[in-house]
Design a protein around this ligand. Structure first.
Ligand SMILES: Cc1cc2nc3c(=O)[nH]c(=O)nc-3n(C[C@H](O)[C@H](O)[C@H](O)COP(=O)(O)O)c2cc1C
Length: 337
């Protein structure tokens, strides 16, 4: 095992052996979670219920092909049969996710109307598709559209202008002390709707948000990470952002859970601010035992990985907020003309 060889190797780094051992344990835990994810991915290829990350990815790939300025008459040959097979499974499920089913239906209809369905590599998939029950009549269609038809097209004046947007980003500050007032789950639902608009690799959205509103559970969760001293027990709501490694076939993709969940978490926090509440992001240190403790508390599977926590509440008006000066733009933006 490469990990153990690494640990036994004579240490020339100067890093204390305790820290090297912690790194090995963390990497081993990541290996186990990633393997559990890839196993679950294989299982879900045939046994998914309601939603299929592979179908989402394939539909997304078809959409990209459909959006090409010079579209080829034949594309998607490598995965169209797999896509139609997954679709056939989804379409018969009473628990099929409604937006996923509509999206897949409309994109496949668009695809088959635009490619050469007599091509040897496409015809068999088209034949299966044409025999499946599908309803493509309901507008609006969940398939590619022109930029000018974006619902809130940037030039159309329906969006906040840059100063308003910048003001929102400035109004979001990490707030740690909240009033003793429950958080209505409707605020969290509205923030999650904004979070779900975030980009994610191949639109797989590999995360779930678990919101604890119960004091006993909040205390147990808040005690796991290291950065909650002095405020963790009093948070009115504590959201665990959890990554899902079962959406990937390849180990090279395993870090996408951090990127995708991080992007979604940012939108969640901005939406909390936009509703007049406050939030604090909380670090989730990579400590294998803590991953397991949180899995036990929330009933999670081995392929589900904690990414971060977010405390939410109605801020106490007189509570102090660190200034947290930001770096200047010139220091961060390197323009290469
Ligand atoms: C990934 C991440 C982890 C963080 N972890 C903690 C934490 O454990 N405890 C805490 O009090 N604040 C935590 N914060 C909040 C930061 O301290 C804060 O974002 C930073 O100082 C900038 O301040 P601002 O959020 O008000 O702009 C975290 C922020 C991020 C993005």
């Amino acid at each position: 095992m490469a990990f153990f060889k690494f640990l036994r190797k004579r240490d020339t780094s100067g890093v204390p052996s305790k820290r090297r051992a912690a790194l090995v344990a963390a990497l081993e835990a990541e290996r186990l979670a990633t393997t559990a994810g890839m196993q679950e991915f294989l299982r879900k290829k045939t046994g998914f219920v309601g939603t299929s990350p592979l179908l989402r990815r394939n539909i997304h790939r078809l959409e990209k092909g459909l959006c090409m300025p010079t579209r080829r008459p034949v594309f998607g040959e490598a995965y169209i049969m797999e896509t139609v097979t997954l679709y056939a499974k989804l379409v018969t499920q009473p628990k099929a996710s409604p937006p996923e089913l509509k999206w897949a239906t409309d994109v496949l209809a668009d695809y088959f109307s635009k490619v050469d369905i007599t091509a040897r590599t496409i015809a068999p998939a088209h034949e299966i598709w044409s025999k499946l029950p599908h309803n493509t009549s309901d507008a609006p269609h969940f398939s590619p559209y022109a930029a000018r038809d974006l619902p809130a097209y940037v030039g159309a004046g329906a969006l906040p202008d840059y100063p308003s947007f910048l003001a929102l980003t400035r109004a979001r500050r990490s707030q740690r002390w909240f009033m003793d007032q429950p958080v209505d789950p409707a605020y969290l639902a509205a923030a999650t709707a904004a979070a779900l608009q975030a980009p994610s690799a191949c639109n797989r959205q590999p995360f779930t948000f678990h919101a604890a509103l119960n004091r006993a559970l909040i205390i147990k969760i808040a005690d796991l990470p290291l950065g909650t001293e002095g405020f963790g027990h009093d948070l009115p709501a504590l959201i665990a952002v959890i990554g899902d490694l079962s959406v990937y076939a390849e180990p090279r993709d395993r870090h996408l859970i951090f990127i995708d969940a991080g992007l979604a978490a940012m939108q969640f926090m901005l939406a909390i601010t936009a509703q007049g509440l406050g939030s604090v992001p909380i670090n989730w240190p990579d400590i294998p035992e803590n991953h397991q403790s949180l899995r036990d508390l929330l009933g999670l599977a081995p392929h589900q990985v904690p990414i971060m926590l977010i405390g939410v509440g109605h801020p106490k008006p007189d509570a102090m907020i660190p200034y947290s000066a930001k770096r200047p733009v010139e220091e961060v933006l390197h323009v290469i003309a």
